[in-house]
Write a protein that binds this ligand. Structure first.
Ligand code: GCB
Length: 606
């Protein structure tokens, strides 16, 4: 111990503590728990003290760890240790929650911010304890009782730090440095059209598991096989040959299998009386897994999804994906969405639109979204933030992209709603980019053979000005082609849209993964007046005329459900830092285009 106080760190202890931080090399966690929301948890949500650290004094420069320099700039307290930082006296932020929308002085802040809170714990025998984070944007360095327990990169996926050996009876404390500085080699890179909300943006909890526990499982219908469930339950800390029992009581199914040397117990069994999950009937079954003293329960739907020629089939039947894009912005209050209620509001609007599909752009949304989608029967496109320009040849960039892909797949691989993994959005064509994303697609297939792989591409390959040819070389790696276009907004007049033609040399299903126009809620003008509700509604109507003539169109996800904050959208009085292409405003007002799309989808659903 280096002079820690119950409620925080003194400056002197912080300096020593930070010196040890730089000398320690904490690792990315190796455990990643699935289905955490069904486990016994102790929430650590609530008030956390924080210290803003724009110069990264706390972490030091990893290349030149010279923390004395930091100390020299301090103001010694006569006769005592330095007293520059004191978490106990510092203000608080609510967790979960981004810092930008909680404090006006942090609205534009991008950098390092330290969080601290105390918590009580009584260690129990044969119990391992993990600190589970739904997400921290972007990098997190996690300390418990002055031990550097883990670090994590990637702002939208969960991670679990094991803290069993550092916990003590009674009072404990956690310190987390969150760093959302934009960097070229990070994923996303330096520019994106959404607010770079920093901090512990999703829920935090302590999760207790027995010595040997289930960290992962998968149970699914394979493509094209409708009456056989297969998958595995994976144990950590178990000997080879450990018995695992899997039950689906409603189907009177009970199966047992034994773990192999890697801790996996494989299952494959007939499930003939299965009611398959679909948007019309989102049936979820209670699934129970028992292994030693660990029990894990989940609510799981079973369905198949596959591609046949230019069509997407759900449970063997062609389906038109009536979609809408959603950003992870909190309805009514702005800031990063994180709660079940946020998910219910956003997906409730999607439902009201007669949508059966959502594109969760441009990064994995919180788990409430996919849980609520499972319950409501809304199909999901889930994406990693490989967005616009990325450092295609940087090995670290590839590593963090593939890690985020892995974490996204792992968390949601048992969600029936999720039918597509998207590798990227609007990446400029180059051999390096195509190789990078092609490799990601290969990894996604290895990790999940049951879902479809997609990407939203944009670079127009027009045979002439009036024809879009879907020939982006990335298409060779994809099952479904996504294409973003803004005809009538960023180029051309709305009235010209219906003349645009499409060609599909790869003969794969196409989803028009974005189109739209900005509109300020309440601004009513003629249809040629930009940012009026009428302009936006007209763009949608013109788009429908074009889309109706694309024979290989498998679906569409217009941009987008709700206005969202973006530093790129400043037009005073209209945008005020919001991208206004929502069908619903940030305050929940529905624009004219909402009912236009709602009616179109009502017809499509017939
Ligand atoms: C796009 C991007 C999306 C932007 C949108 C826009 O193509 O994929 O992230 O927000 O256009 O509004 O320009």
């Amino acid at each position: 111990m280096v002079g820690m106080r119950k409620s925080g760190l003194t400056t002197a202890s912080l300096v020593i503590f930070l010196a040890s931080v730089t000398s320690l090399k904490a690792q990315q966690p190796t455990t990643l728990l699935v289905d955490v929301d069904h486990r016994q948890q102790t929430s650590l949500d609530g008030s956390w003290h924080y210290i803003v650290d724009p110069y990264k004094n706390g972490l030091g420069d990893p290349d030149k760890p010279n923390l004395n320099g930091y100390a020299k700039n301090g103001h010694p307290v006569p006769g005592g240790p330095l007293q520059e930082y004191d978490f106990a006296q510092s203000p608080t932020l609510q967790v979960p929650g981004d810092w930008n929308s909680q404090k006006p002085e942090l609205f534009f802040y991008e950098g390092t911010l330290w969080y601290q809170r105390d918590f009580d714990y009584q260690p129990k025998p044969h119990t391992r304890v993990f600190l589970h984070f739904g997400a921290v944007n972007y990098a997190a360095h996690v300390f418990v009782n002055d031990n550097y327990v883990c670090r994590h990169e990637g702002g939208f996926t969960p991670f679990d730090c094991e803290i069993t050996s550092v916990l003590k009876p009674g009072s404990n404390f956690a310190v987390i440095a969150a760093d959302n500085q934009r960097q070229v080699e990070r994923v996303p890179g330096i520019k994106s059209d959404w607010w770079n909300y920093g901090g512990i943006t999703r829920e935090v909890s302590l999760v207790e598991v027995p010595d040997s526990f289930i960290d992962d499982y998968s149970l699914q219908l394979q493509k094209g096989i409708e009456d056989k469930l297969s998958g595995y339950v994976h144990l950590v800390g178990a000997a080879t040959g450990e018995k695992v029992t899997l039950r689906i009581p409603e189907l009177k199914i009970e199966q047992t299998a034994e773990t192999d040397i890697s801790g996996k117990a494989a299952f494959s069994f007939a499930a003939t009386d299965l009611h398959r999950w679909s948007p019309d009937a989102p049936k979820l079954y209670s699934v129970e897994m028992h292994a030693g003293s660990d029990v894990l329960k989940d609510d799981v739907g079973f369905r198949t999804v596959e591609v046949q020629g230019e069509k997407v089939l759900l449970n063997g039947m062609p389906l038109f994906l009536r979609g809408i894009c959603i950003q992870g912005e909190a309805p009514y209050r702005s800031g990063r969405a994180w709660s079940e209620q946020d998910a219910e509001t956003l997906l409730g609007w999607a439902h009201e639109l007669n949508a059966n599909f959502v594109r969760l752009a441009h990064y994995p949304h919180d788990e409430h979204m996919t849980r609520v989608a499972d319950r409501l029967g809304i199909l999901v496109w889930s994406e990693i933030p490989v967005y616009w320009g990325n450092a295609w040849t940087n090995p670290h960039t590839f590593d963090v992209a593939s890690q985020q892909l892995h974490e996204m797949i792992r968390r949601d691989s048992n969600k029936a709603s999720v039918i597509m993994w998207s590798m990227s959005n609007e990446t400029p064509i180059s051999p390096e980019r195509t190789e990078f994303i092609g490799k990601l697609a290969g990894l996604a297939r290895q990790q999940d053979s049951t879902r479809l792989i997609t990407s939203a591409v944009v670079i127009p390959h027009h045979a002439d000005d009036k024809t879009i040819v879907m020939n982006d070389p990335l298409g060779q790696y994809l099952d479904v082609l996504g294409y973003n276009e803004y005809f009538g907004w960023y180029g051309g007049k709305p009235s010209e849209i219906p003349q645009i033609k499409w060609e599909n040399p790869m003969h794969k299903p196409l989803i028009v993964s974005e189109f739209g126009a900005g509109a300020k809620a309440g601004l009513h003008k003629d249809a040629d007046y930009r940012f009026s509700e009428e302009y936006q509604a007209n763009v949608f109507e013109q788009q429908f005329q074009m889309l109706n003539n694309i024979p290989f169109l498998a679906g569409m996800t217009p941009w987008l459900l709700m206005d969202f904050r973006s530093p790129m959208r400043q037009l005073p009085g209209i945008q005020d830092y919001y991208n206004r292409k929502g069908l619903v405003s940030d305050k929940g007002e529905k624009k004219k285009a909402f009912s236009v799309l709602q009616e179109y989808y009502e017809q499509k659903a017939k």
